[in-house]
Design a protein around this ligand. Structure first.
Ligand code: PMT
Length: 406
């Protein structure tokens, strides 16, 4: 199925070496059914010619804000209104800076300001330029304005450096654009998602926690929201920005996560427990900082831990309960441990995640999982957590529908 059938995509190309990939990008967007029009900055024309993009897109390429001939054909405001999505790929550091500050000194920045359509950027630059605090500030500003960033990827760069700043590959960009036009599979549904780690206090300055970054849970929240759901995200401590349109409730400990969940879960159709909740917490939280023992030779410190409440199992045990999906983070015998957890906790589905592989577990950008249900075992190969979330949400919605129409 073509995910961009009849969608009108405006592709902006700025002056980076990755511009050579934009020709292929036009073709792959068209393969998905999109109509593509191209706008090029002056810098991009040093890397690839407008003639190439005109031949591929089948439309004249716009390059100049003050070109009477181009304005007579399709003026910049008409072009901004025509677009259902603007994708700038590659987006240079300079372009991001100008867009973040509302400049409209050329055709592409003007279009981005004038359009009501979603704007997506595929950053492409040297790793030091990407890591520079100015670029990092600009990307924060852009995200805050609702601009979506696809990438950048980490890897070898044209200049010989290695690090973050490479433009995503064309299939990943097409996938990102497709995700901007999701099927409204959760329209009218209420979804609650837990994400991130919990922190279990030992004393006023120390806690027990784990390596969950929240990336998987936040990506699920964004995908569920794009699929039409009203989403509440109950999150442990993370540094991630809240996805647009999602209601976020910040918590610290397992106990506070449990309370936040039960305050609102009763109205929900779907509950997804992605958080890495600490199974145990210190039996007592010391009022003052625990001091190193100086008057004994004993180097050991004994801590007594007590079991935390099981949040997902408590939701699954409710009389009036939502469709419940858990995650299982395992390092061996992944599927059998996950299947056992699903049964013990009374879950509809469980997502088995092999966290022994650092590329697909805690704090990684990618994931690969297997979803287990009563008569279901479906595997998803390694992709970005955003892309995986889109597929998982589609599956959860199907399974939820199947259960409610049973
Ligand atoms: O956040 P990221 O860095 O992106 O990493 C994602 C992830 C690895 C955290 C995620 O994909 C994942 O696997 N989450 C589940 C982590 C976990 O705690 O797994 P578990 O097998 O210990 O727990 C099983 C299920 O019970 C989970 O749904 C968990 O949320 C839930 N649980 C566990 C303990 C508890 N006291 N209450 C719970 O609700």
């Amino acid at each position: 199925m073509q995910c961009l059938a009849n969608k009108r995509i405006l592709l902006g190309i700025t002056g980076g070496v990755a511009a050579y990939k934009s020709a292929e990008l036009v073709r792959r967007l068209q393969d998905q059914g999109a109509e593509v029009r191209v706008v090029m900055t002056r810098g991009s024309q040093q890397f690839i010619t407008p003639l190439t993009l005109q031949a591929l897109s089948g439309h004249p390429v716009s390059t100049d804000l003050l070109d009477p001939a181009a304005e007579a054909a399709m003026g910049h405001i008409e072009l901004a209104r025509w677009a259902e999505l603007v994708l700038v790929a590659p987006a240079t550091a300079d372009f991001m800076a100008r867009l973040a500050h509302g400049h409209a000194g050329d055709l592409l920045t003007t279009l981005c300001l004038a359009t009501d359509a979603r704007v997506m950027l595929a950053p492409a630059m040297n790793q030091a330029m990407w890591s520079n605090p100015a670029t990092q500030r600009n990307q924060e500003v852009l995200r805050g304005q609702g601009v979506a960033l696809l990438g950048p990827a980490v890897g070898l760069q044209a200049c010989g450096d290695n690090g973050p700043g490479r433009m995503l590959e064309v299939p990943e960009l097409v996938d990102g654009v497709c995700r901007a036009f999701p099927e409204p599979v959760l329209n009218g549904k209420r979804v609650m998602i837990t994400a991130g780690p919990t922190r279990e206090a030992l004393d006023p300055v120390r806690y027990l926690s784990n390596h969950s970054s929240g990336k998987m849970g936040f990506a699920l929240a964004e995908a569920a929201s794009h699929a039409g759901a009203e989403v509440v995200l109950v999150s442990g401590p993370t540094s991630l920005p809240c996805p647009a349109g999602v209601t976020r409730i910040d918590v610290e400990s397992a106990q506070s996560m449990l309370e936040a969940v039960h305050q609102r879960v009763i109205d929900c159709d779907l509950f997804i427990a992605c958080a890495a909740v600490a199974d145990y917490r210190p039996a007592t939280v010391q009022e003052h900082k625990i001091k190193k023992s100086v008057d004994t030779d004993d180097d050991a410190l004994q801590l007594t831990l007590v079991r935390n409440p099981d949040i997902v199992a408590s939701v699954a045990a409710l009389k009036q309960r939502p469709f419940v999906v858990g995650f299982a983070a395992e390092t061996r015998d992944v599927l059998s441990y996950a299947a056992d957890k699903r049964m013990r906790k009374g879950l509809d589905l469980i997502v088995a995640n092999d966290v022994s592989d650092t590329e697909i577990g805690f704090n990684s950008d990618d994931n690969a999982v297997t979803v287990l249900g009563e008569n279901l075992e479906q595997s998803f190969a390694q992709v970005s957590k955003q892309s995986l979330s889109h597929s998982l949400i589609t599956l959860f919605a199907q399974q939820l529908d199947a259960k409610t129409t049973k």
